[in-house]
Design a protein around this ligand. Sequence first.
Ligand code: SAJ
Length: 428
Amino acid sequence: MNQTMPQSVAPNLAPEHQVAVIGLGYIGLPTAALLASYGWSVCGVDVSRKVVDTVNAGGVHIEERDLDKLVQEAITAQNLVASTEVPTASFYLIAVPTPLGEGKTPDISYVEAAARAIAPKIMPGACVIVESTSPVGTTERVAEIIAELRPDIVVPRDGSAEEADIALAYCPERVLPGRIVNELVNNDRVIGGVTAACAERAAVLYTSFVKGDCLYTTARVAETVKLVENSFRDVNIAFANELSMIADTIGVDVWDVIRLANRHPRVNILQPGPGVGGHCIAVDPWFLVAGAPETARLVRTAREVNDNKAHYTESKVRALLDAAPDGKVALLGLAFKPDIDDFRESPALEIAEALARTHGNRILIVEPFTEELPAALAGSGAELVSLNPALREAAIVVVLVDHTAFKHLGSDDLAGKLVYDARGMLRR
Ligand code: SAJ
């Protein structure tokens, strides 16, 4: 056995306090470190040796408020260890990616792989919890995999009267990037058991650190709730984005329209932007569409409206490039939203890439959350520069992300320039 792969997570602690968190990403790592800070003995498992080594050295590979300190303290206290192999534990928490596969259908292969890795190690009395955003029915699929690989164990089944040897639940994460550590503790949690006994068992883990309410339901309802939360937000942002394009067509200021409409006691329009990014809201609604393709018409259209907003924004910038044919354009921000270093599914990055394909040497990128251009922009001729030189050199300024570092910009800084503000930042 490898030295960093303990058979049990921490032999000096009682086995019932041992948790294996599978996947040390944006959700898994903060959850692992937080559980460790609440006295659990945690083994964080990841397929990446680099991630495992970084965490074992007390470091973090993602930027997230308060996370570095939490991981450092957990490693120092020896309540957290990272490994590339799944140990035997009392609780298994699956927090691996569930990307969009071919034809916008969910790819749950990482969840299935996690279930296969857990199966040989699991002992009667253990509880497996899926946290990854998943299409409805995924928790049942995990049950199937474990049952196939471990015929010696009775796996819980919805509606089965047979007493199960292990527990299985779905408990969606619902934390906001940038506020993950705080929201892990303070948000309400939905705990969906394959059976009621499974939900009760999973609750032992969550009630140990969650200050919000723990709400119990079935695994299928909990899976649906997660998809619905992000679809709700996507549909509402799509309304704001569509409104911004309608406002352009009819020649009114969308920011004024929204500000004033929101003074109605029952109206609360969200903010338009260059599109919707991140690995959640831009992805999860497709999981709902995949489950009911004929009926999920509004959800699908909202996705299309939000995706199209990035193309619309790109065309607005192209018009400015044509209007100032000798000038450079400063693109402010690449991240998918303000004040984070996460570029996943970022519309700002997508727009920058598209523009760089045709006008690379006219593009100045300002992104305080990276020290080098993302691979897709490297070699395109686009340059990463800081804000002041970009403002000096550019004839066109485009706000793609309203990072705090840009919010002081005023009319003096932009005098004489062509400006497109996709976020309404300069109006606030
Ligand atoms: N956005 C707008 N206009 C708005 C609000 C957001 O254009 O008025 C854009 C943002 O710029 C960004 C995208 O939407 O590109 C998503 O940002 P977000 O802050 O709305 O959400 P995420 O993706 O960071 O986190 C969401 C959250 N879900 C909900 O608010 C329903 C979070 O609670 C989830 O845990 C997370 O998805 C997830 O992991 O699923």
